[in-house]
Design a protein around this ligand. Structure first.
Ligand code: UDP
Length: 398
């Protein structure tokens, strides 16, 4: 079990004692988190650390994962795309399947707790089966600043029955008759994804992945998803390549609740056109140390998303002292303070310009990387996130 004590040296001073004090009133309270995948994607990444930490401060924290058939995950991926603004047609039969799968899950999962947090649209309809006791919160991790109306209206009928919602940014808030809370996601500095690696560990991993460090590495770590704009990354790399000899590594894999990855991966492979300096790495969802080593090996990390809920990969790279160039969207904008902790960009050309600029100015890269790490320490570590949850549980009152 992860023990909060271990964070004393790494989190901002005083926070560990503060967290113990906050948790005093909540000893033994049962809190259940529910999402739709154990592996892959930002939500699973957070829950892997957050749930043991909640336990370590004395709460009875559990993590449940809903199941579903192929049709269900196609429907919820379409929800995801529609909520992030893409036009989607979802026939009524798919909506019925969505409701049916939620009904089955309600029978299979224990939902009896003082505090239940339902993550994202996939399990949102579970609220229909809430037991009489306990407070229920719907946490939305995606960018819902411009949702497709029909899909949002469908989900909204469930959301309004919750005791509150959590969004990752103020601009994602909706017109709702229930309280809306703002909580930024976070990274765990002691997880295998983010902990320090010895030079030997790092070399061994890079050797195994066949990643060569003879040239500066440009890296994007992302599911193969159009919103992450992997094709835009390749275009930006090509523009920079005219002036700088560098490598591009696109590392990604699937999440078990994302059925679109294969198609996008094919498009990426085609765009890479056998360029020996572009490496596409398909990683299993538990490749934590591999991603850690890649982020540490990179000269510059990109997250050129067109839409993004938060973008944990940005904080992960910043924590490793890397300058990050990210799309001006969603949570990337709160992590990358322009010109200080990174650069946000609005186009392929903008990304290429900033990559070029950084490669020409290694001292800027260094300073930006250091400032980025401190910014993450103060704002985006799991300890802050734990405090936000404890405050919310206390506020909502259970
Ligand atoms: N990730 C991973 N393997 C991959 C791609 C991503 O483990 O092949 C991790 C990544 O390091 C990060 C999380 O999955 O921790 C992705 O979270 P983010 O918020 O960046 O995007 P999401 O996938 O949730 O849209």
């Amino acid at each position: 079990m992860i023990r909060l004590e271990a964070y004393r040296e790494i989190a901002p001073q005083g926070i560990v004692d503060f967290l113990y004090r906050m948790a005093e009133k909540m000893q033994g309270k049962k809190i259940i988190h529910v999402n739709s995948t154990k592996l892959g994607g930002g939500v699973a990444e957070i829950l892997r650390s957050l749930v043991p930490l909640l336990q370590s401060v004395g709460l009875d924290a559990q993590w449940e994962v809903i199941g579903g058939n192929e049709e269900f995950f196609s429907t919820t991926k379409a929800f995801h795309n529609a909520l992030q603004g893409q036009e989607q047609k979802i026939p009524p039969t798919m909506l019925e399947n969505y409701l049916e799968v939620n009904r089955e899950n309600a029978q299979n999962i224990s939902l009896d707790a003082d505090f239940v947090v339902i993550h994202d649209p996939q399990p949102a309809a579970l609220i229909q089966y809430r037991p009489p006791k306990g407070k229920w919160i719907w946490r939305c991790h995606i960018d819902v600043s411009q949702p497709q109306r029909k899909v949002w209206d469908f989900l909204r009928q469930f959301v309004v029955s919750y005791d509150g919602t959590i969004f990752s940014l103020p601009r994602f808030a909706q017109r709702l008759p229930i309280p809306q809370f703002l909580i930024h996601p976070s990274i765990d500095p002691l997880s295998d994804k983010n902990r320090d690696l010895t030079p030997e560990e790092q070399q061994e991993i890079l050797r195994r992945l066949e990643v060569s460090t003879d040239k500066p590495i440009l890296l994007q770590v992302s599911r193969f998803d159009r919103f992450k704009d992997p094709l835009g990354v390749i275009q930006a790399y090509r523009l920079v390549k005219k002036h700088h000899d560098l490598r591009l590594v696109l590392a990604g894999g699937g999440a078990t609740d994302d059925p679109e990855g294969e198609t996008v991966l094919e498009e990426v492979r085609e765009a890479a056109q056998d360029d020996p300096d572009i490496q596409i790495l398909l990683l299993p969802p538990d490749a934590y140390l591999e991603i850690n080593a890649l982020q540490r090996a990179a000269a510059i990390v990109l997250q050129k998303s067109l839409r993004e809920g938060f973008g944990l990969t940005v904080a992960e790279a910043m924590w490793k002292g890397k300058p990050v160039i990210g799309g001006f969207t969603g949570g990337i904008t709160v992590q990358l303070v322009y010109g200080v902790t990174g650069f946000t960009v609005n186009s392929v050309e903008g990304a290429a310009f900033r990559i070029h600029h950084l490669l020409d100015n290694p001292e800027v890269m260094n300073k930006m990387g250091q400032d980025a790490r401190e910014f993450v320490r103060r704002n985006f570590l799991i300890t802050r996130h734990l405090g936000d949850y404890l405050a919310l549980i206390n506020y909502v009152g259970c």
